[in-house]
Design a protein around this ligand. Structure first.
Ligand code: ADP
Length: 465
């Protein structure tokens, strides 16, 4: 792979060397500006002399911080790959041994090998396993770990500023590391790798799709938008599962549908790792089912991508994805009737809570959607769409505010009654969706449509005003 490997004088085979590491930055997607920081690390190798001449200190160690699966290991390999240097790796959990002295001696041989084969990157995975603040673990296990940590500190100091062996370590818990580890000259540079955002997820999917027979019209954005909260490792897995799906069907190209299905499977796996009581699942399911059932009644809201109750990053509850609605709504293209329909859909969870749990036991599960309804109702009134006209300028007049709110309240009540009516007429459909959601956590568009056809009593709603 073009590695500038200096021949070891010692013929012993290096144990910790990973051969054939051929990762490049182009294999790691969705990094944004972090990439610049990593490119600089590559320069420590390729332009080390220049840094030294200018008196710039080269860090002894770099800490990649972030949750599992975001690509920390991949990045460390890419640094070695781009610089064309050897890659040595060990997982710190391997240091933690029952036998006294084993951990420390492993650290010693690791660094000895790295030095003999310099320039090289030493990668220590899960540094926190060994790097926890000393004295926190009692007993002989603690002593052993302290000896290992001490050896690591000594080894790091041995290379300080020379730029021939650079240590990269990964951790999800930089906060619990022993302060001695993060002192200048040791792991004095921290780089945070967050979970990828929407665009990042799309880029990661594309990188992994490069080596697969993808259909030309694959909608990566659709997959990215339904994988909120997932990391690179999970996204890579989606591509693999989709490929298996294609093979099983005897097809030759991976389609968007393959990817969406694989995403659901991946997500279910993710869900199994979270725990919620059945009662909570059911309540969230009722909340989501209500929105979906209300939405299919309305032309602009009917296009439902999927229904899910999976917990995702930053959003505790699930949601119904109304594709068309979102686009039109953002672009301000909703008609007067559509805006009312939108309000009805947003109030459906509140209505369902009343119908299924009764007034006495209302929860706040629908707080967010009720809020959406409230603000849409004000938009409706202030936009001059209601019978009684108010201009935006009225908003500033104190005695008008009350009138505006009353008119908005009237709209909300009317839509709320519609929502209740729809749900009452579709109890069978609601039960079927809730049942499946509790079991499977997500319904595809097709699965949802099938249930609607089977149990639904959907009639085009007459305009309400
Ligand atoms: P970490 O070390 O943060 O736990 P890894 O680097 O081991 O994560 O990631 C596991 C796999 O997930 C990688 O080998 C790669 O296939 C995929 N992956 C993770 N993050 C990315 C990314 N940003 N771009 C491309 N692939 C990624």
């Amino acid at each position: 792979s073009g590695a500038r490997v200096r021949r070891a004088h010692n013929k012993r085979l290096p144990q910790y060397l990973e051969r054939g590491v051929d990762v490049k930055f182009s294999d790691v997607a969705g990094l944004g500006k972090i990439r610049l920081e990593l490119e600089e690390i590559v320069k420590f190798f390729t332009h080390g002399e220049m840094y030294r001449r200018r008196g710039v200190k080269i860090p002894g160690g770099i800490l990649l911080c972030g949750p599992p699966g975001v690509g920390k290991t991949l990045l460390a390999k890419a640094v070695a790959g781009e610089a064309g240097v050897n890659f040595f790796s060990i997982s710190a959990s391997q240091f933690v041994e029952i036998y006294v002295g084993v951990g420390a001696s492993r650290v010693r041989s690791l660094y000895q090998e790295a030095r003999e084969n310099a320039p090289s990157v030493v990668f220590i995975d899960e540094l926190d396993a060994v790097g926890r603040e000393r004295g926190l673990i009692k007993g002989s296990g603690g002593q052993e770990r302290d000896a290992t940590l001490n050896q690591l500190l000594v080894s790091l100091d041995g290379f300080e500023g020379r730029g021939e062996v650079i240590t990269i370590a990964s951790t999800n818990r930089p906060d619990i590391l022993d302060p001695a580890l993060v002192r200048p000259g040791r792991f004095d540079r921290k780089i945070y790798i967050p979970k990828p955002g929407l665009i990042g997820r799309m880029e990661i999917l594309k990188v992994h799709a490069r080596k697969k027979p993808m259909a030309e019209d694959v909608d990566y954005m659709a997959v990215a938008s339904m994988t909120d909260g997932m990391v690179g490792a999970e996204l890579a897995n989606i591509i693999e599962v989709a490929a298996i799906n294609m093979m099983r069907d005897g097809r030759t190209e991976i389609t968007t549908d393959d990817l969406l299905q694989a995403a659901q499977i991946e997500e279910r796996g993710m869900l199994d790792r979270k725990d919620r009581s059945t009662e909570t699942w059911k309540q969230v399911a009722i909340n989501e089912a209500a929105m979906a059932v209300a939405a299919v009644n309305f032309p602009d809201l009917r296009n439902i991508e999927f229904v899910t109750i999976s917990p995702r990053a930053g959003r505790e509850l699930g949601y119904v994805r109304l594709k068309m609605d979102h686009l039109k709504f953002r672009e301000g293209m909703l008609s007067r009737q559509s805006l009312l329909d939108h309000i009805t859909v947003q109030l459906a969870p509140r209505a369902a809570d009343e119908l299924w749990y009764g007034e006495g036991q209302l929860s706040t599960i629908w707080a967010e959607t009720a809020d959406n309804a409230r603000s849409a109702a004000r938009t409706y009134v202030l936009g001059g769409l209601s019978e009684k006209h108010y201009g935006v300028s009225d908003f500033w007049v104190a005695d008008r505010i009350n009138e505006i709110d009353l008119e908005a309240l009237r709209i909300l009540n009317m839509c709320y009654d519609r929502a209740k009516e729809i749900l009452n007429e579709n109890r069978k459909l609601m039960d079927a969706i809730v049942d499946q959601l509790v079991n499977k956590k997500s319904l595809t568009k097709q699965e949802f449509t099938n249930l609607v056809e089977l149990h639904g009593s959907i009639k085009p709603m007459p305009p309400s005003i």
